[in-house]
Design a protein around this ligand. Structure first.
Ligand SMILES: NC(=O)c1ccc[n+]([C@@H]2O[C@H](COP(=O)([O-])OP(=O)(O)OC[C@H]3O[C@@H](n4cnc5c(N)ncnc54)[C@H](O)[C@@H]3O)[C@@H](O)[C@H]2O)c1
Length: 415
């Protein structure tokens, strides 16, 4: 199915970014929110994204005006009736999304695809309230959508294979990298990123290491920013919400670090409030160091203190282990897992994603390290069973020529 016209329902942060991406690719897009002024605000945000491109010399003012001719505002969802594909980006609340999908189901033509940009809600549950579950799908863009190449395509239980193909083709026409993900809590990227970020907080909570030292070490590993800079950018409250959702679904290995909860409770939730794991100009009677010392002491009183030397392998192996569990569950292929983590989180391209990293290090070494971490840190490092199966069969990674991927016999083990 060719998509000639797109609708965006919900003109907030993501709705505006998605409308920009669609119009940039040359397709007309109608942006609808709850009323005229909110819809117009969305169109103004699209213009502001283009204006930033003009300011950087990446586009001329004339090109901006040409693109803006493709973007129109509708005060209600009724304006989306001609769309072949509607991308819903209203607030993250299941009841609200279900109401919006019922309305879109009534308004849009029977052939139209209805996609949700939800970060964590069930696509199957959203699709179930419509008369077209076969045409309902998850299409998860990352913030900022104009810069992030990845989109997760998530079929629900009732989604038709044709809808998946259509949405993959559409995503490619936007010059995005689509990865098909089996529906599960956190989908793929957030499911793997959350334990990595959470483990960085556990490390901060446990050890004598500072926020800056952890961030610098992960950047020297090759991450685009350190975990605490990323948490401050995303918002500690949002990261905690995601961690809680994953904890509910996957159990104790995803339990949020108590220090993360303590920071959120203390109102230090990141850049948006001027203070988080770093200070961003908010006036506060205590400095960051005093806050950290106080909150750490509070947490130690409740949970005891586990004194461990900082090792970057802790957050990295939390991600690697989850990647293997996701692979076991068939959430995505090994190639797609690595591709998604590189395109969705900036996982360093020379290490090509968590599963390639395991192959480089040696799956036998990863397994041994996880067993040690499980002994010293706790059961959240329980190794994914697939690791042992691979090791027992001699699939130990790059040096052996086979692991999660196959290698030429000459490849050397990464130092
Ligand atoms: N912000 C992110 O970083 C991010 C990243 C990926 C996915 N998401 C997901 O995208 C969705 C939107 O998030 P956001 O950050 O853009 O939220 P937002 O709060 O910035 O925007 C939500 C918009 O939805 C509108 N809205 C609410 N009810 C509506 C209705 N009945 N009809 C039409 N419009 C309605 C609101 O007026 C608002 O403009 C959520 O599902 C979120 O989980 C967010």
């Amino acid at each position: 199915m060719y998509i000639y016209k797109v609708g965006v329902a919900g003109a907030g942060t993501m709705g505006a970014q998605i409308a920009e991406v669609v119009s940039f690719a040359g397709l007309p897009v109608v942006v609808a929110d709850r009323n005229e002024s909110l819809s117009r605000r969305g169109v103004d945000s699209v213009r502001a994204i283009y204006q930033a491109r003009v300011a950087k010399g990446k586009m001329t003012p004339e090109q901006l005006e040409e693109k803006m001719l493709l973007v129109t505002a509708s005060p209600t969802l009724d304006g989306l009736q001609e769309a072949d594909l509607v991308i819903e980006a209203v607030s993250e609340e299941l009841g609200l999304k279900q109401r919006v999908f019922q309305e879109l189901d009534r308004i849009c033509s029977r052939s139209a695809i209805l996609a949700s940009n939800t970060s964590a809600l069930s696509i199957s549950a959203i699709g179930s309230v419509t008369k077209r579950p076969g045409k309902v799908i998850g299409l998860h863009f990352f913030n900022p959508a104009y810069a992030m190449p990845l989109v997760e395509v998530i079929p629900g239980l009732g989604t038709d294979p044709q809808t998946v193909d259509d949405v993959v083709g559409f995503s490619e026409s936007l010059r995005k990298q689509p990865v098909i993900v089996k529906e599960c809590a956190g989908f793929l990227v957030n499911r793997l990123l959350s334990p990595y970020l959470n483990e960085a907080v556990w490390c901060l909570q446990d050890g004598d290491v500072s926020i800056k030292e952890i961030d610098q070490d992960m950047v020297s590993f090759g991450m685009p920013v350190g975990p605490f800079t990323l948490l401050d950018t995303v918002g500690l409250d949002i990261a905690l919400d995601v961690a809680r959702i994953l904890h509910r679904s996957y159990g104790p290995r995803m339990a949020p670090a108590p220090l993360l909860e303590a920071f959120v409770k203390a109102g230090r939730i990141g850049i948006k409030t001027g203070k988080g794991f770093y200070d961003y100009g908010a006036v506060d009677k205590d400095g960051l160091d005093q806050h950290l010392a106080r909150l750490r002491a509070q947490v130690w009183q409740l949970t005891g203190r586990q004194q461990m030397k900082w090792s970057r392998l802790r957050p990295l192996f939390a991600m690697v282990n989850e990647a293997v569990i996701a692979l076991q569950e068939g959430v995505a292929s090994a190639r797609d897992i690595d591709l998604a983590m590189a395109a969705g989180t900036g996982f360093p391209s020379e290490k090509s994603g968590p599963l390639h990293l395991a192959d480089h290090i040696g799956i036998d070494h990863v397994l041994q390290e996880l067993e040690e971490l499980q002994e010293r840190v706790g059961p959240r490092f329980w190794p994914a069973p697939m690791l042992r199966r691979l090791v027992d069969a001699g699939f130990t990674g790059q040096t052996a020529g086979r692991g999660f991927f196959s290698y030429e016999p000459t490849s050397a083990r990464m130092k």
